[in-house]
Design a protein around this ligand. Structure first.
Ligand code: B12
Length: 284
């Protein structure tokens, strides 16, 4: 007689198995079940989690840093952007940090804060600089404060659930704009990747040596400088994709789709679409 398949093969997991797949402690999974966040059923008098419910839970957890929480609809982003821009220009780091803390305490997911608050404030600062209304020193100071805010918010992007692979985040050689790349790192981390953030202005030969030592599944490039150099990008793709079998994905203000695709890399415009796009690529 054939043994009947274990419960996990019939699509039901014990709470411990579910916790293992979520990479959390048993009690954390239990708490999620008690709060109704993670659906569970009783089978044989014990709690069981359906595999499809677990998958859905993982998907929702993945996006909940990037999308507005259901409870969070009333934030007046334009007013916050005005205020943060002012505080960054005035060098008021403590108040800027207080503003971000308040927005997060009101329920804004950290991913929203990146996309709807920090990004537009920094864009405005760039416009003021380009119009000659603020000097580069003020811009530097604002960037440093914004970097501190990102470092603090980064805590909220901790990876939950099983690993989707490894990802390196960086900017092109000669591109000093480090903040967008730091945001990409956090989104990938929240999306399930083990992220190795290499930062700005990474030379191709340094990337090559890094990939030899630490293999990556994904190399995510943030391109902000105008005139993305097609030759440099081609070299980067050759090192990462051809030599080391990593998917190269490029985004950012300076990432022209045609140039990116001509080099054999994948262009992604929106940060909150990045992990979904990588998933789709993995499936094909
Ligand atoms: C701060 C800053 C600097 C600082 C950078 C310091 C640092 N350590 O980061 C300094 C002063 C060094 C600098 C230098 C330069 N800068 Co500058 N800088 C800026 C500024 C004000 C903010 C940049 C920033 O952090 N933005 C916030 C990020 C989060 O926004 P983002 O880049 O749009 O990123 C979002 C998306 O694009 C996307 N994304 C980004 N990357 C990726 C990657 C992937 C894979 C995905 C999916 C998504 C994604 O997600 C992000 C989150 O929302 C911008 C203004 C602006 N519009 O951004 C100018 C700006 C980018 N700089 C500009 C320029 C021209 C320069 C210089 C070339 C100027 C010069 N002639 O010297 C130099 C670069 C010199 C060099 N070495 O090559 C221009 C670029 C113009 C253009 N693209 O045509 C801008 C737009 C200013 C302007 N209005 O003219 N800069």
């Amino acid at each position: 007689m054939r043994d009947s398949p274990p419960e996990s093969e019939r699509g039901l997991l014990t709470l411990q198995e579910a916790a293992d797949r979520l990479r959390v402690h048993y009690m954390t999974a239990y708490r999620w079940v008690r709060r109704g966040e993670l659906p569970a059923v009783k089978a044989g008098g014990r709690l069981r989690v359906r595999l499809r419910d677990l998958d859905r839970f993982l998907d929702e957890r993945e996006v909940d840093v990037a999308l507005p929480a259901r409870s969070f609809r009333r934030t007046d982003w334009p007013t916050h952007v005005d205020r943060l821009t002012r505080l960054l220009i005035d060098g008021e780091g403590v108040q800027a940090s207080g503003l971000v803390r308040k927005v997060v305490a009101d329920g804004a997911p950290a991913g929203e804060v990146y996309i709807r608050l920090l990004t537009p404030a920094l864009h405005r600062i760039g416009d003021l600089w380009a119009a000659g209304r603020i000097g580069v020193g003020i811009e530097h100071r604002a960037t440093e404060i914004a970097g501190t805010l990102i470092a603090r918010l980064g805590e909220a992007f901790r990876r939950r659930g099983p690993s989707r692979g490894t990802a390196a985040t960086l900017t092109m050689p000669g591109d000093p704009h480090r903040l967008p790349s730091a945001m990409v790192a956090d989104f990938l981390r929240a999306g399930g990747y083990d992220v190795h953030h290499l930062g700005a202005n990474v030379r191709i030969e340094d990337l090559r040596a890094f990939l030899q030592a630490v293999p990556m599944d994904v190399v995510a490039v943030s391109a902000t400088n105008p005139d993305l150099d097609p030759i440099a990008l081609h070299d980067l793709v050759a090192v990462a994709q051809k030599d080391h079998d990593a998917t190269v994905v490029v985004g950012g203000q300076g990432a022209n789709r045609a140039t990116v695709e001509a080099a054999g890399a994948v262009h992604v415009g929106d940060l909150d679409r990045l992990t979904a796009r990588l998933d789709a690529l993995a499936r094909t």
